[in-house]
Design a protein around this ligand. Sequence first.
Ligand SMILES: [Zn+2]
Length: 402
Amino acid sequence: MWADLAPIGRDPDSHGYRRSAWTGADADCRTWFQEQAETRGLTYETDRNGNQWAWLGDPTAGDAVVTGSHLDSVPDGGAFDGPLGVVSSFAALDELRARGATFTKPLAITNFGDEEGARFGLACVGSRLTAGKLTREAAYELRDADGVSLPEAMEAAGYDPSTIGADPERLARIGAFVELHVEQGRALDLSGDAVGIASAIWPHGRWRFDFRGEANHAGTTRLVDRRDPMLSYAETVLAARREAELAGAVATFGKIAVEPNGVNAIPSLVRGWLDSRAADQDTLDTVVTAIEKAAREYADRHGIDLDVVRESFTPVVEFEHALRDELGTILREHTGQGRDIPVLGTGAGHDAGILSESIPTAMLFVRNPTGVSHSPAEYAAEDDCLAGVRALADVLEGLACR
Ligand SMILES: [Zn+2]
């Protein structure tokens, strides 16, 4: 399965993946999914939002156990983020059949559409629509960089966009959703474990810092006469790093806009975007408040006006404790040989997080030795991937075969 997917959407120069939603590469991944379903005698369907499903047993029976992830990628993404979960789902089913498992509940494998949001700027569109967290009207407004709307892109890919929207009937059939994913950090590498369980997705947000000063000549304006917003911005970047380190959080200024943006001009405006995430709300509030306070002090000192606007915010997602504990118990008995499986938080968003308000969800992580993700350097060792498959099979057996 890994070899089948390897060439799809791969950039020949960077070796990164370009599998944006509703493109040719995405279509090839979808065809592959359908073939995997049909090869195994599973009932294949797409739902009203273009998510793919492969069913073992009666989809309408209720209390289904569902596993899967996504096949799309960020621009120049890695091979594992998403596909590892889908491939592992099919491999886990093969493993359970080889074990002679008897299923007492329906089982489904899914590929959620447009998880990365690389094309339309909003992540997890397929699961958001299904969970009613993105309205049909708002989805119709989404456009890519070329001005193509989401419905136009779906239609061009052969899907009917007229029925997209909340799908509570489908969610009501699901008793548990488990997503396996490559870890996007180094916690498992540091703990020496191949597989871990997710505790929560960290709360995160984006803030825009506008530092306004006075444009002037870089050669003739004396230093003491300057109102240079770049200085306040630079000091704020350092403060963000310091406050994040103190709190055990992360804070990043990764995007900046400068006016007039000339080599020989003192800027009139520096606009920087802060992305910050922490394990809990209080910590995140503390970090962002401290960064803003530092920014104001620096701005005042240099005669700079500062506006801070929160552009987006996603609260903490706690995965259901009962399901998480059940996974821990199952894996402790099988995979861990009596050893506890690490439970870790993550700073990245996932379909499982979106669905967690509607249905019980859980996640398994597979060790990523460098922690690198969203890059061609993303990696997981084959032995660890196989350990992930066995862990997922154990979990599905524990949930769907009793
Ligand atoms: Zn992912």
